[in-house]
Design a binder for this molecule. Structure first.
Ligand SMILES: [Ca+2]
Ligand SMILES: [Ca+2]
Length: 472
């Protein structure tokens, strides 16, 4: 389900401001080509990973050597179920450090390196000796309109200009392998085979529970919208275990790989699917370490740091720095606060009870619409921002925008409204898409000059609308 989003959380804003104030180590220019996988990858240039974060080809690093779990969550940008996450002294044999990240049951870290056309992600991982089967695992994601947190989308085929993703995941292959199973890719893109994604099998080598592994996944976008030359590959302990070619991941070069999701997601579903004979005896715990995300092959940690123990360095990450990943909303093209009447808004009426004691516009399930009040060409930066407060319990709140270009309505769904509470809703015009399932073309290249909001509810229900803005 597509969620509407409020503005970035204060915690996140505080984090990037803090990082922005810290002088970052200047990235070294790459002086020679990256070593191939056979030559040991980028890691071979940085014994013990020491200084690897300063390589211009490296996008993000975390060795979990510094900071509390809260601090680590802050530098990634998004942490989920942090009460299940702690730091452990259990490290892999070639670890240059002393700590790893330990997750029990469920949890994740999520970050946004700068958008690229090819991403490599290397991490060390160990599953508990008594691990069960795992539902979903580590993902690389391309998202045209990224948020600080991961979005849902299970069971939805993403439009080719909006999103694609791949997960490097253990699978039991319907009970053929004992937990956690064998590695495979689980991928979502506009040409995937079923609405539940496509599976890419690699070398069917069972993962040994309780043993550390170095896993690396590569995701490479197709070189042009009409070319099916995208790829993905994965390595286990530096050995290539799967390489898949001929994939048309995207239909526009504007869609970049820009998110890394260290995910540990468990439900009882995989135990059922794999007919686990003893699901109650399983211990769902995992350890991660030495995460490096780059534009070239990284490879396992090579040798020891010159200084003995690696000097702890903070990770570098874009952390959704405004303007870096996605065009910032532009100047205000139109705004209306209902203090001087309804303007061109129709379908309801101006009432008291607006934001901060002001006026608002109350509208019934049939909706509020506005026409001929603004005319803004739709670019990536074009943003709709407004505030809503339901007085009842509305269902399926939808924004509908008529597209002259597609001769169809484009839609955007607003979820999570709470009775009696103001909520700021903000979305990009290109997130509105034609078709009931919002899987048609987007408003990109169109002109935004109308909008309607409607919902399901009792005839007497009302939603208050205030502080309506169109940003160019
Ligand atoms: Ca470590
Ligand atoms: Ca107002």
């Amino acid at each position: 389900m597509v969620r509407s989003e409020v503005k970035w959380p204060v915690r996140f804003v505080a984090t990037w401001m803090l990082l922005a104030s810290v002088p970052m180590a200047r990235a070294a220019e790459p002086t020679k080509p990256a070593p191939t996988p056979e030559q040991g990858g980028l890691a071979s240039l940085y014994p013990g990973d020491e200084g690897i974060e300063q390589d211009a080809r490296v996008l993000f690093v975390d060795d979990f050597e510094t900071g509390t779990v809260d601090k680590i969550g802050g530098r990634w940008g998004s942490i989920h179920l942090k009460e299940n996450i702690d730091l452990s002294g259990d490290v892999h044999a070639s670890s240059p450090g002393n700590r790893s990240l330990h997750i029990s049951r469920n949890g994740h870290l999520f970050t946004h390196p700068p958008g690229v056309d090819v991403m490599y992600a290397r991490f060390y991982v160990k599953f508990h000796e008594k691990t069960g089967y795992i539902h979903h695992f580590v993902h690389l994601v391309a998202d045209r309109t990224p948020k600080p947190w991961p979005k849902g989308g299970a069971g939805e085929t993403p439009p080719g200009d909006a999103k694609f993703s791949t997960g490097i995941e253990p699978t039991g292959r319907w009970g053929k392998f004992s937990p956690p199973g064998v590695w495979n890719f689980y991928s979502y893109w506009h040409e995937m085979k079923t609405k539940w994604g496509s599976v890419f099998n690699g070398k069917q080598e069972p993962i040994v529970p309780g043993r550390w592994y170095c896993v690396e996944a590569m995701l490479k976008a197709n070189s042009a919208p009409d070319k099916a030359d995208g790829e993905q590959a994965f390595w286990v302990d530096g050995e290539l275990h799967g390489h898949f070619k001929g994939i048309r991941w995207r239909t526009t070069d504007k869609l970049k790989i820009n998110s890394f999701w260290l995910l540990y997601y468990n439900t009882d579903q995989p135990a059922r699917h794999n007919k686990d004979p003893k699901p109650d005896s399983r211990v769902m715990e995992v350890w991660f370490d030495d995460v490096v995300v780059a534009t070239e092959y990284i490879g396992p940690v090579h040798g020891r740091p010159k200084a003995g123990k690696k000097k702890a360095t903070p990770s570098k990450s874009a952390l959704l720095t405004p303007g870096l990943l996605i065009a910032e909303p532009g100047k205000t093209g139109f705004s209306h606060n209902f203090e001087r009447g309804p303007g061109n808004f129709k379908g309801g009426k101006v009432v008291d009870g607006g934001v901060d004691g002001s006026k608002a516009y109350a509208f019934p399930p049939g909706g509020v619409s506005v026409w001929e009040a603004y005319s803004v060409p739709v670019k990536d930066s074009t943003t709709v921002r407004l505030k809503l407060k339901p007085l009842g319990n509305p269902r399926d709140v939808q924004v509908m925008i008529w597209s002259k270009r597609h001769k169809d309505n484009c839609r955007y769904r607003i979820g999570g409204l709470e009775k009696g509470k103001w909520r700021e809703v903000e979305f990009r015009a290109i997130e509105a898409r034609a078709g009931w399932g919002m899987n048609g073309p987007s408003l990109e290249g169109d002109v935004l000059d109308n909008l309607k909001i409607f919902y399901e509810g009792d005839p007497g229900d009302r939603i208050l609308l205030d502080d309506f803005e169109i940003l160019k």
